[in-house]
Design a protein around this ligand. Sequence first.
Ligand code: TYD
Ligand code: MG
Length: 456
Amino acid sequence: MAKVKSKYVCQSCGYETAGYLGKCPECGSWGTFVEETDIPVIKDVQIPDNCPPMKLNEIEMNSEIRMSTNISEFDRVLGSGIVQGSLILIAGDPGIGKSTILLQTSGELCKNNKKVLYVSAEESAGQIKLRAERLGVKSDNLYIYPQTNLELIKKHIEEMKPDLVIVDSIQAVYTSAIQSSAGSVSQIRECCNTLMQIAKTQNISIIVIGHVTKEGNIAGPKVLEHMVDTVIQFEGDKYKSYRILRSIKNRFGNTSEVGIFEMGSKGLTEVINPSELFLKEYNQTQTPGSTIIVTSEGTRPLLVEIQALVGTTPYPAPRRVANGVDTGRVLQILAVLEKRIGLNLSKQDVYVNVIGGIDVNEPAADLGIALAIVTCVRDVVFDSHTAIVGEIGLSGEIRAVNHIERRITEAQKLGFKRIIIPAANEIQENIEGIEVIKVKKILEAITRGVKGNYDN
Ligand code: TYD
Ligand code: MG
């Protein structure tokens, strides 16, 4: 009998060693090594050679290569539908709504006469039925299969030949070829490999669900991201109703698109005008320390409110807390404000928050953040009908941002009367109904947008 080898595998990054280690030399995590056993690979097996090299010009394209999900926000993130024979990973926190959106998607695909196999490795058939009733999903083309064993799943996929297979979740399925427990890195890697082979050889699209660990990594983790064709992150605050689908890797489309949904009593519904959602609680009779920026999520402009709070610190070292924006970016903006417009913040705590729980990760938000801080420090109000975009350079200059026309149009659509933009931005077409104010320096933006006298 072949000797069974044992090894220790870091559950965070997949690094392997022969003996136990406290700290992973690869990713630096502590206490993540788990013993796993491998059955040695039998060499010299006959690999079927059924796909010889061929000329690019001679490859025939199947006309129906993409399946629409009937959910336009989801289609957009996927790059206009699910590509036949692709393996897609949907990753997100537990309870964010992954099973919900995929059951809804299954229902929609079945309406288009597609056959869907929903493998539920975590919930019983009865539980899926309950959710389906709540979502109003019913179809003769939708098969629910509560199973955790990959060999059985494979057998049924081969027999059924569905158009789409959903595996909920990859952490709960196991293959008998490996002895380690379900959810370990080896199991996940092996199961994903098998699913990839099924997808490619039989031209069946497969969506796998993956849970995210506490630290925000896809559990099981980078190995999975490398193997699949598309990685879609399902984000959002569990305590807020909206959810964002973001593609972070896509072999068949671009990765700049996002899809926005709202979770309600009948599952997830698409949000057609997201800016309205984020500005729902925006108070027109503003308080100091609040500004509206136009950020760009993918190619889509979004209006969000930035709030800042600045106060004298009781601590020896002042605190800088940023929610929804990068703390490093806020520190840089504070440094520029101190140096270029003489705002003294060395004894002040600074808190910056993006309302709505969304993450804003682009430099175009700089000016909005800076003005929120400035208005809070000086106790003045920023005009509530003026939106702001602009990146701040280290010498206090306002630098150009991308997609400027789209941002201006979005602000105008939402009823803003004015928008402050970088002077360096060229505008090709004139946008009616909104005054565009071009600025070169932070101080200019302050004097144009602050109500009343700004005393420097
Ligand atoms: P679920 O899809 O089970 O999450 P995941 O598969 O990512 O773990 O969604 C769970 C949450 O969604 C749960 O907190 C209840 C909520 N939910 C609704 O608010 N409305 C609904 O119609 C459904 C089905 C779920
Ligand atoms: Mg689930």
